[in-house]
Design a protein around this ligand. Structure first.
Ligand code: NG6
Ligand code: CA
Length: 507
C-alpha cells in the first residue's frame, strides 16, 4: 500500500517520538531521487524566476508543485568544480586540478571516498548517471578510446552510466555507456589530442567555410570540425560513434527514461545532466527559432520540454508520489561562450542572471546563485525559500534522509539540511564559500570577496568577474545586484568575514 504521510508530518512526528532516521527512511518507502542538472542556466532564465521573454511551463509547474529556492548555489561559477563538489561533498578549491577539464583528462573524483551516488548505494538504491560528466576518465590523459576506460562514473558509485566525457564543445564527441564508447569500430579507431592535430579531419581554423555555425573570434573552438561545428581539441576516427548535436538531448532523454522504466519498482537515484544551454547550442528542429531569442533561448525551451517529458513519464507510471525531482544548474549564465549563435544579437531584453551581477566565470552572485527547485514526496508545495543552501549539501542531506551514517571526516563541507531541502526550514546554512578565480564568503546576507589581481572584465564573454585588488563587501539584503562596495563603511564586518574565510580554508 502506498504511504500517504508526508515527509514533513513524519519529521514532526519523529521529533515527538524520536524515531531514528533509518526508520524514517523506511516509512518514507525510499523515494526515488532524480537530480536534473542544467549546464550554464542562469538565475533569471526561467519564467518562474522572473524571466519575461521566455516561457518555461514545465519547470514552472515543478516549482508550483514544490519549493523554489532563491538563494541556492553551485559551489563555483564553472562546471567541473561545481560537479566535483556535488559528487564529493567537499569544496573543489581544496583539491588541485579541479578546474575546467579538457576532454581527455583523467578522473579527478577519488574512488576510495564517499560520493553522492555511494550514499544511495549504501541505502540499497540503484544509481545511474545520464548526460554530461566532465570529471575526467581513466587514470591517464593518454588513453585508448576503443577499449573500456576505467576508472570513471561506474567506479565512483554509479551502477549505470551513459555519458559524454566533458562538454559539448570538446572532443571526443562520443557517448560512453558503462566505460565503453558507443558504436566505435575496430576499423575506425578514435584518436584524441589536445596538443596537436591528429588525422586528416578538417579544422575550423583551416576550413571556416565548412562550418554551419561560426566560432566567435578570439574564443578558439576552431579545431576539429564535427557535425559542421568547430570544437576544442583534435579528434579523428570514430565516424559512426560521433554524436549529432541536434539529437543530443533526446538521446539522453531516452536513456534516462529507459532507466526509469526499468527501475520503477526499486528505489533509484538518477543523476540526469542536461547539456543545455551550454555551447554549442544546436537545438532540435522542433525548437529552432521558437523562443525568438536565438539558439540559447531555443535550447532553454528544449531543456524545459525535456523536464516535462520526465514529469509525464513519472505520472504515467504512477511514480510521481514516490519520487523527488531536484532541478538546478552547475553555474551561472553566459551569452557568447564561443559561437555566433544569436544569443547576443537576439537577446531581446532578456536578463539571464535576473537581478544578479555577473554570470559564468564570476565571483558575483550571478556566478553561483542558480535556479534550484525541489518537488515531490514530502516537499512543501508552492513554497518559495530564501534559505542559503549549496548543491554540495545534497550528499549529507541525502545521507540524512536515508539514514546513512557519514564519518566525521567524510564529505566534510556538506551540511545535512533535510528540513531545508523539503521547504520546512527557511534558514539553511549559516555560511557559504563561493568560488571563481577568487573566493568569497557569505554570512547573514553579508558577502565578502577576497582581493584578486585577475581581470575585472572578460571582454569576449562580456563577464564582470568581480575580481578587484581590494576587499569587497556587499549587503545582499539591500543590494542583491552587488552595486555598492561597502567595505570601507563596515571595517569590522570585513575583518570578521575575512577571518572566517581564512578559517574555512584551514579546515
Ligand atoms: C571555456 C570555454 C567555453 C566553455 C567553458 C567550459 C574557451 C575560450 N572557452 O574555457 O567555451 O567550454 O570553458 O564550460 O575555450 S563549463 O560550463 O563546462 O565550465
Ligand atoms: Ca556549466
Amino acid at each position: 500500500m502506498k504511504k500517504t504521510l508526508s515527509l514533513i508530518t513524519l519529521l514532526s512526528a519523529s521529533l515527538v517520538v524520536t524515531v531514528p532516521l533509518t526508520t524514517l527512511a523506511q516509512k518514507l518507502n525510499k523515494p526515488n531521487i532524480i537530480y536534473i542538472y542544467a549546464d550554464d542556466l542562469g538565475f533569471g532564465d526561467l519564467s518562474s524566476y522572473g524571466a519575461k521573454q521566455i516561457e518555461t511551463p514545465h519547470l514552472d509547474k515543478l516549482a508550483q508543485a514544490g519549493t523554489r529556492f532563491t538563494n541556492a548555489h553551485s559551489t563555483s561559477s564553472t562546471c567541473t568544480p561545481s560537479r566535483f563538489a556535488l559528487m564529493t561533498g567537499t569544496y573543489p578549491w581544496r583539491q588541485e586540478g579541479t578546474g575546467i577539464l579538457p576532454g581527455d583528462a583523467k578522473l579527478i573524483v577519488p574512488t576510495d571516498k564517499i560520493t553522492l551516488p555511494k550514499v544511495f548505494k549504501n541505502a540499497g538504491y540503484t544509481t545511474a548517471i545520464v548526460g554530461k560528466w566532465h570529471l575526467g576518465l581513466g587514470s591517464e590523459i593518454k588513453k585508448d578510446w576503443n577499449a573500456a576506460i576505467k576508472p570513471g562514473p561506474n567506479d565512483v558509485g554509479f551502477d549505470y552510466s551513459f555519458i559524454f566525457p566533458a562538454t559539448a564543445d570538446r572532443v571526443p564527441t562520443v557517448f560512453l555507456e558503462n566505460e565503453q564508447v558507443v558504436a566505435v569500430e575496430e576499423k575506425d579507431p578514435i584518436l584524441v589530442d589536445y596538443e596537436k592535430k591528429v588525422g586528416n579531419d578538417p579544422t575550423g581554423k583551416e576550413h571556416p567555410e565548412l562550418l554551419k555555425m561560426q566560432s566567435s573570434p578570439g574564443q578558439g573552438h576552431d579545431q576539429t570540425i564535427i557535425n559542421g561545428i568547430g570544437r576544442i581539441g583534435y579528434m579523428t576516427g570514430g565516424t559512426r560513434a560521433r554524436w549529432v548535436d541536434e539529437e543530443l538531448s533526446t538521446t539522453f532523454l531516452h536513456k534516462a527514461q529507459d532507466f526509469i522504466t526499468q527501475h520503477q519498482d526499486k528505489p533509484f537515484f538518477l543523476y540526469f545532466c542536461l547539456t543545455e544551454p551550454h555551447v554549442p547550442r544546436m537545438p532540435a528542429t522542433q525548437f529552432r527559432g521558437k523562443s525568438k531569442l536565438g539558439y540559447r533561448g531555443d535550447a532553454i525551451l528544449q531543456l524545459d520540454w525535456t523536464v516535462g517529458q520526465i514529469q509525464q513519464q513519472l505520472q504515467l507510471l504512477g511514480m510521481e508520489k514516490n519520487t523527488i525531482i531536484i532541478f538546478s544548474s552547475d553555474n551561472g549564465p553566459v551569452l557568447d561562450d564561443g559561437y555566433v549563435d544569436g544569443a547576443v544579437a537576439q537577446l531581446n531584453g532578456h536578463l539571464p542572471a535576473g537581478p544578479l551581477r555577473g554570470g559564468k566565470y564570476s565571483i558575483f552572485e550571478g556566478g553561483t546563485r542558480v535556479p534550484f527547485i525541489v518537488s515531490g514526496k514530502g516537499v512543501a508545495k508552492g513554497k518559495v525559500s530564501n534559505a542559503l543552501i549549496s548543491q554540495m549539501d545534497l550528499l549529507a542531506t541525502c545521507a540524512q534522509l536515508l539514514g546513512v551514517k557519514l564519518k566525521t571526516d567524510e564529505a566534510k563541507d556538506s551540511k545535512a539540511l533535510l528540513k531545508t531541502l523539503t521547504g520546512e526550514d527557511l534558514k539553511g546554512r549559516s555560511t557559504l564559500v563561493q568560488h571563481a578565480q577568487t573566493l568569497a564568503i557569505v554570512k547573514d546576507d553579508w558577502k565578502y570577496i577576497a582581493p584578486s589581481k585577475g581581470t575585472p572584465y572578460m571582454k569576449l564573454t562580456d563577464t564582470e568577474t568581480g575580481n578587484h585588488p581590494e576587499d569587497q563587501l556587499y549587503d545582499l539584503k539591500n543590494d542583491i545586484g552587488e552595486k555598492n562596495n561597502v567595505a570601507t563603511e563596515y571595517p569590522e564586518k570585513v575583518t570578521e568575514l575575512k577571518q572566517l574565510l581564512i578559517e574555512e580554508q584551514k579546515n
